[in-house]
Design a protein around this ligand. Structure first.
Ligand code: 5AD
Ligand code: SF4
Length: 445
């Protein structure tokens, strides 16, 4: 039995690509193992969004060199965003790597492995945009039996000046609606309850397709699929976040009113220099438009601290925006200089010590806000999709006392006790306690 292990760095898009690659590995006869030490083939799916992510991938590759020295039959593959950008340079840096392929030729994995084994030589294959759509027909080995990721579009044409995505994922491309709907119908038939629609900018879904369809229309069509109980999506760009979309979210009962809407900075000067195409006031207008129609909506966001030329006054504007919007949660990033991007060449980079200090201030404020948002839920009743459970009596023989875990519509994790037959169901839960990152509650009859 030949065993394969896939290690993933980075975002949900990468996690989902790994599910696709596990499906392909399975198909060509590998047994998948969760234990890297026993694998005969190790595939590293890399992330390139910030320098730290790249360093992590390369230091992991460094450790694999020792492993390969002890186990000469071991083969190592590198794919994902670093592979797309660096191609054969990866081999120069890590000569123990046997296979390199990019983000657009995932579907070629079986042929690439065959070539690697047959020729006993290194194989490198990086595509530009050619054939990229074929990878969606692949078999997918999903990690979770209740919630599934579904790719609806990929790539990005926005060229925010800090971002490497357009270079490693290519130009924007939407998947035909019929294919997406067929995949989700199939998921429903297989017992999945929740889908998260993935794309680098889901709001621009449909551009360039023969069929006339946009993202709100797609949501309305998915909402009709029987068996699916919840629909989520990520990521949205504020400039394309429209009233038509908010109406669709309000009209579709299955679409969760949780929006991930990255704002990146509260300073108009910085937003302009980032090429984001909105001002802080316009961002807040969109938030108000959403809350006017859906008062219970929750918003999470991304923010970058220490973008080139960011001064104290710009940073204060970011803090002001955070206080005004009151996000449920915030992903906070230190600006990282990326190759190929425009901002990488900007002269006035912010010193690390200042970046770090601002980062800590911001985090402290958001931690307080997140705790307050969670506190405000104590005493309320929330709809929870129960995803997993752990026996509280040790061996689970009583079949009753389980610690169940699920998420609210706003994607907050809630824990409570109950019987295991509730896993996969939607239940009402009364919230009894709030922590910064999760909630506790009692399941209602
Ligand atoms: N430096 C720091 N953060 C970045 N992001 C993207 N590129 C960079 C960079 N060069 C952040 C943005 C984006 C999230 C996925 O990662 O906030 O929304
Ligand atoms: Fe990157 Fe901007 Fe595209 Fe998002 S919208 S993927 S931040 S270039």
């Amino acid at each position: 039995m030949v065993k394969a292990y896939v290690k993933t760095f980075g975002c949900q898009m990468n996690e989902h690509d790994s599910e696709r690659m596990r499906g392909l590995l399975h198909k060509v006869g590998y047994t998948l193992t969760p234990d890297e030490a026993e694998a005969d083939f190790i595939l590293i799916n890399t992330c390139s969004i910030r320098e730290k992510a790249e360093q992590k991938a390369f230091s992991h590759l460094g450790r694999l060199k020792l492993r390969k020295a002890k186990k000469p039959g071991l083969r190592i593959g590198v794919c994902g965003c670093i592979a797309q950008r660096e191609g054969e340079r990866i081999i120069r840096r890590a000569p123990h790597v046997d296979l390199v392929f990019g983000t657009k030729n995932i579907h070629r994995l079986p042929q690439l492995i065959e070539k690697m084994i047959k020729t006993k030589r290194r194989v490198i294959e990086i595509y530009d945009d050619r054939e990229r759509w074929q990878q969606f027909g692949c078999e997918i080995e999903r990690d979770n039996p209740i919630r599934a990721w579904v790719t609806i579009m990929q790539g990005c044409n926005n060229y925010c000046t800090y971002c490497v995505v357009p270079y490693v994922r290519g130009s924007e491309w939407s998947r035909p609606a019929q294919e997406i709907l067929a995949e989700i119908r199939d998921l429903a038939a297989n017992g999945y309850k929740e889908v998260t629609l993935l794309g680098h900018n889901v709001n621009s879904y449909g551009r360039g397709l023969d069929q006339e369809i946009n993202f709100p229309a797609l949501l309305r069509a998915i909402d009709q699929i029987e068996g699916i109980e919840r629909i989520r999506f990520t990521t949205s760009h504020p400039k394309d976040f429209s009233e038509e979309l908010v109406e669709a979210i309000a009209d579709c009962p299955k679409v969760c009113e949780h929006i991930h809407l990255p704002f990146q900075s509260g300073s108009d000067k910085i937003l302009k220099s980032m090429n984001r195409n909105y001002t802080a006031a316009e961002y807040i207008d969109k938030v108000n438009m959403l809350r006017a129609k859906i008062p219970q909506a929750g918003i999470t966001s991304d923010v970058i601290v220490g973008f080139p030329t960011e001064e104290e006054a710009d940073f204060q504007q970011t803090l002001r925006l955070i206080e005004e919007v009151q996000f449920e949660g915030l992903f906070t990033f230190l600006y990282s200089r990326r190759p190929q991007t425009a901002a990488g060449n900007f002269a006035q980079q912010v010193p690390n010590s200042i970046k770090q200090k601002r980062f800590e201030i911001l985090l402290e404020i958001q931690n307080r806000i997140s705790s307050e948002r969670n506190e405000s839920l104590v005493g309320t009743q929330q709809e929870v999709l129960i995803e997993e459970g752990k026996a509280l009596d040790g061996d689970g023989t009583s079949g009753r006392e389980y610690l169940l875990r699920g998420r609210t519509r706003l994607n907050k994790i809630v824990e409570f006790t109950g019987p295991p037959d509730q896993i996969g169901k939607l239940r009402q839960v009364k919230i009894t306690k709030a922590n910064r990152f999760n909630l506790e509650g009692i399941m209602l009859p």
